[in-house]
Ligand binder design. Sequence first.
Ligand SMILES: [Fe+2]
Length: 447
Amino acid sequence: MPVSQFTIPEKYKYLHGLGSNHETEAKSGALPIGQNSPQKAPFGLYAEKISGTAFTAPRAQNRQAWVYRVLPSCTHSKFIRVDSAPVSSHHDLCMIPNQLRWDPFDVTKGTSWVSALRQVAGAGDPALKTGVAYYVYAADESMPLRTAFYNADGEFLIVPQSGALDIETEMGHILVRPNEICVIPRGMRYRVNLYDNAESIRGYVLELFQGHFELPELGPIGSNCLANERDFQVPVASYRHESADISWTLQAKFGGRLFQAVQKHSPFDVVAWHGTYYPYKYDLGRFNTIGTISYDHPDPSIYTVLTAATNAHPGTAVADLVVFPPRWLVGENTFRPPSYHRNVMSEFMGLIQGDYFAKTAKKGGFQPAGASLHNTMSSHGPDAEAFEKASNEILAPVKVGRGSMAFMFESCYMIGVTPWALDHCQKVQDNYSEESWDELRVYFEDV
Ligand SMILES: [Fe+2]
């Protein structure tokens, strides 16, 4: 199935291609031809540059965009701290080696994007542009009218689990539905509405403090497979031009804290833009899954959708988005679930829908909207029941994961857990480890 069958229809048009230099204009002639900053930009617009990388970053990694807008984005009041509680924290993270699993996270009544974000885990420091943070969100309201948000701390990779996000950005509109993912670059102004006044939205967010997501190298796989560039969708320019007596609230996440300013014009006033710095979305149903057609199975890196590389250690990611789509298992004489293992990388998993086949659906279990964390060198693998089944079943070709989509945020960092995730949310499963592995039997016969 190369495309997900969405119950919510698409409502926007998109450009296609990740990494491409795109250009789009909502009003014909709004983009200057052959230059970025003419003495007078077309239609009386202001030219503004958004730099997502250092000016001198190598050409292949350089991310920047020129936008042509009604007023420059600097026309706002002073920012004021609006809340003593941080949106995210890198100070209170608890490093523990235990395997952790959470029941589905609850929707918090009366919350919207930003106020619904709850940090589960993280590592590093946004001020040093090093590390990651993981969140869940569960909101039942659209953002307040005429409110926009940007995050100076990092790039957001959003994984909806239920409910569609109708996102208005400076670069245009994106509809993101469960089984799609979306990336909002650092600094991009946007607001999140619940699609068609849906009851709620729920999902996961990976915040990347350093670098950017990109497609993984394919090596001997060749020039296609996994996620292909052309399947990533980028918004087309769209703008609001409102009267001058309209007031907007602009929220900023800066160093983990929330700030707020007021401006007398819409942040979504970009009439045209071009460049390489833009939000995008991707339908996970388009992922071209590969695997063994003989025996054993390759490492799960074959399921990588997007990666953010460390510069210091080739092949080692600050963060990977890995997915486990429906797929055929045909390996002969093979234990087909993931192996028991310990990993120098930390593994945070979530489930969008269905069952994950390495875990049985016992009470509690690994459920949609729940999560698990197997940290650096913390042992894990199939539970006892899944082991028994996989060790004894007849190995005919079988399709696993029908109607399911599990994913993993994999990071080279040791991941700390927030007090909210450990205690306050009351979703940690107390007996995850015991229920999973205590019943594993000894079969070894020392004869
Ligand atoms: Fe693992």
